[in-house]
Write a protein that binds this ligand. Structure first.
Ligand code: PMP
Length: 352
């Protein structure tokens, strides 16, 4: 009964996550999961952690995981913050670092959780339009602002900007925090993490959900210089002492350390993406150039809603968004080649 709600609850616009169907016999290309699953070493580590020690709380600082991540980037463990999925890291970032007098800037077409967090935390924001090619325009951010956040590659377009472009953005705003959400960077983007040493205003966020195949374990992280990380820790320790449970800690560390699994499977996904892009273009789709584990594509003259419904009736799930410029686009997660072939066959049938 809404009369019991705190006033702010009336004004929220909750994020709507992609469908997680109960049955397993669908081709599921709707939530950017990894078709190959996690490293077997991660699964073994999680099994080992299923033990009597689950009666004990986990390490509230997740020190071993932070140390493993820090070491791989040549950073200090105190320059790494971990959370329950990068969504939680993002939520703490919005609250700890992005709420200022001037508005927060982000692209008009981007991860739709950003405006949701703004409403939750009462953050003013202004959207910066993508250009005609659906690319982020770095010069669009040359305006007064409180902070900046954007994904690179952007979502749901999949288009990546160069590290030089990201550095321009960070260097042009020395008095504002610039957050780069690199959820998809391992599929062809250039990470901004090597810039962290140079820029005290840069925070980079990544996740183990996509390129490590661990969406179900919920582990994400941020890297940045100490004052930014300390802000996140202050919010986290005012919210939940133990966001990373014992199973997640064990699995995430093992997954992080299995470089071979990571390299092999991200290469497979990149190859399948290029193969699927060619097949979709042959069918007549307009396909944006993707550096992510998904494609963003539309068929000229066809309603995206219609195509999505026809795929759904053939047991194929893709994601669609209702924003003005993107409502006819399909966001298609890269599955195995067999799944992608199933999608192409269904589309060929639908399009006649
Ligand atoms: N950032 C972007 C751009 C995303 O698309 C997603 C996935 N929905 C996330 C962050 C969050 O991913 P996770 O919480 O699984 O780390």
């Amino acid at each position: 009964m809404s009369r019991f709600w705190s006033p702010i609850v009336h004004s929220l616009t909750p994020y709507v996550a992609g469908e997680q169907p109960a049955t397993g016999d669908l081709i599921k290309l709707n939530t950017n999961e990894n078709p190959y699953g996690p490293s077997p070493l991660a699964l073994a580590a999680i099994s080992q952690a299923v033990a009597d020690t689950l009666r004990l709380y986990p390490d509230p600082t997740a020190l071993r995981l932070r140390a493993a991540i820090a070491e791989s980037f040549g950073l200090d463990r105190n320059e790494v913050f971990v959370g329950n999925g990068s969504d939680e890291v993002l939520a703490h970032t919005f609250q700890a670092l992005l709420n200022h007098e001037e508005p927060l800037l982000f692209p008009d077409v981007t991860y739709s959780f950003y405006p949701t967090y703004c409403r939750l935390y009462g953050i003013k924001f202004r959207e910066v339009p993508l250009d005609a090619e659906m690319q982020v325009r770095v010069d669009g951010y040359r305006q007064p602002c409180g902070a900046i956040i954007l994904p690179n590659p952007n979502a749901p377009t999949g288009i990546a900007k160069s590290r030089a472009d990201m550095e321009t953005l960070v260097a042009e705003h020395p008095d504002q925090v610039v957050v780069i959400d690199e959820a998809y960077v391992d599929f062809g983007g250039m990470s901004a993490i090597p810039l962290v040493r140079k820029y005290p205003n840069l925070l980079v966020i990544q996740t183990l959900s996509k390129s490590r195949g661990l969406a179900g374990l919920r582990v994400g992280f941020a890297v940045g210089q100490r004052p930014l990380i300390e802000a996140l820790e202050r919010v986290k320790d005012s919210f939940n002492s133990y966001p990373i449970d014992r199973l997640a800690l064990a699995g995430a560390i093992a997954a992080w350390e299995d470089r071979d699994w990571f390299e092999t499977h991200r290469a497979l996904i990149i190859a399948s993406r290029e193969r699927l892009a060619v097949a979709l273009k042959e069918l007549g789709f307009h396909v944006l150039p993707s550096s992510a584990n998904f494609l963003f594509a539309r068929y000229p003259g066809k309603s995206g809603e219609d195509l999505a419904a026809q795929l759904r009736s053939r047991g194929i799930l893709i994601r669609r968004f209702s924003g003005e410029r993107i409502s006819d686009f399909l966001r298609i997660t890269i599955g195995t080649d067999a799944e992608c072939d199933g999608l192409v066959a269904a589309l060929r049938e639908i399009l006649g």
